[in-house]
Design a protein around this ligand. Structure first.
Ligand code: PLP
Length: 400
């Protein structure tokens, strides 16, 4: 054991979370949102495990991520949710990636890219129903729809979806949810009246999926729920299992007297003689500096708190009289069933959300996987038979 930190991702948890989400939405399809490298859990393994769990769509934020999924052999529809004028739209069209559009100008631009690519672009028209992030305002919506219909008539695009996104779905009872839902229904009405015949209408993220069946429409878009997390107060329901465990090992242990100042600034001082343990993780590896004297970890089956300032690559833990030794495992967070903290607990203590906690770690520390292998995931996804499945199984097996 070298003390190196790792993020362990349980692909069985992802598969069964998605199976539970699929079962709970009664007939609506599930798009597993795997943006940001699958919320830090790994784009390809997370996507394959989600497909194995019954997701029939995938959502990402860049054409590059979508193409990586295609190159891994994924044939399910993939929506690139973030629309950017400079994105490689021709690549998106050639790889059969669904594209979000919020402006008439972008529809025309993608129409030209589609002409070059020699096939129609698959578009999801995005309405801004009150989030004020992406999407066309209600004032601009009719023009967006009209231009998309023109491009469709010219054979350059196909209007596949109408969609929007909630600002406050994780604040149960927030009046904006009803207001956005009304606005979304009105936008659908306008588009259908103009002649659009989309196959999917979608607005629900994890929080809306879990709390508001009237938001499901044809397709729901959980991201956090896929990896066992949720931004609702109190976190995710118990049937969703957090898929990521971040752990490391003690690299040094020492005994110090009471009154010993610890780490930069001596922001922690021992109250009694104590065993101090050192881990080789700091803010570079993902531990926020605000975790000082705040975030709990599990060592030898007991909880202790990160003691004193978080350094760039190191942190100290005051274990008091616990008989810690070099190489002892230290779990920062995980699903919680061995008594370890969860990402939700870290988030609550640090004043953020669990998504922010999990996505911090995996760019800098290695990931490993347990649970279903990529090959198993693909066998379930594709029924085990066709050549695509065999190709996917190989990709999955290597990734996992
Ligand atoms: C991230 C995202 C989602 C998923 O949200 P969760 O809260 O993780 O379920 C859905 N739709 C859009 C547009 C997003 O950006």
């Amino acid at each position: 054991m070298d003390g190196q930190p790792e993020a362990l991702v349980d692909l069985s948890a992802i598969r069964s979370n998605v199976a539970g989400l699929v079962a709970s939405v009664q007939g609506a399809q599930v798009m597993a949102v795997v943006k940001s490298d699958g919320y830090g859990h790994g784009l390809i393994p997370t996507a394959l495990a989600a497909l194995a769990g019954g997701a029939t769509w995938l959502g990402v934020n860049s054409i590059d991520e979508a193409v990586r999924l295609r190159e891994a052999g994924v044939t399910a529809p993939v929506l690139c949710m973030l629309a950017a004028p400079g994105a490689p739209h021709a690549d998106g069209v050639s790889f059969g990636v669904d594209l979000s559009v919020s402006t008439a100008e972008l529809v025309r631009r993608i129409g030209s890219a589609a002409e070059r690519a020699g096939r129609p672009a698959r578009l999801h028209l995005k309405a801004d129903t009150g989030m004020s992030r992406g999407g066309a305002t209600m004032a601009d919506w009719p023009e967006l729809v009209a231009v998309a219909l023109e491009e469709q008539a010219a054979g350059r695009c196909e209007i596949v979806g109408l969609w929007s996104h909630f600002a406050c779905a994780d604040v149960p009872g927030h009046p904006s949810v009803d207001a956005q839902l009304d606005a979304f229904r009105a936008a659908i009405e306008v588009a259908q009246h103009a002649g659009a015949r989309p196959s999917v209408r979608h607005i629900a993220n994890t929080a809306a999926l879990l709390t508001r069946p009237d938001t499901w429409f044809d397709l729901v878009r959980p991201g956090g729920g896929v990896v066992g997390l949720c931004t609702l107060p109190g976190g995710s329901p118990a049937w969703l299992r957090p898929a990521m465990t971040v752990r490391t090992h003690l690299v040094q242990v020492k005994r110090v007297p009471a009154g010993t100042g610890v780490s930069y600034g001596h922001r922690y001082v021992t109250l009694a003689p104590a065993n101090l343990g050192l881990i080789a993780m700091g803010y570079h590896e993902g531990i926020p500096r605000s975790a000082a004297n705040t975030a709990p970890v599990l060592v030898r089956g007991e909880r202790r708190v990160i003691s004193g300032s978080v350094c760039m690559n190191q942190c100290v833990i005051d274990a008091d009289d616990l008989p810690i030794e070099v190489d002892d495992e230290v779990v920062l967070f995980g699903p919680g069933d061995r008594g370890e903290p969860t990402a939700q607990e870290w988030a609550d203590l640090l004043g953020t959300i669990s998504y922010d906690v999990v996505t911090r770690f995996t760019a800098k520390i290695p990931r490993s996987y347990c649970g279903v292998t990529g090959a198993e995931a693909m066998a379930v996804y594709a029924g085990g038979a066709d050549t695509d499945a065999a190709k996917l199984a190989r990709v999955g097996a290597r990734e996992v």
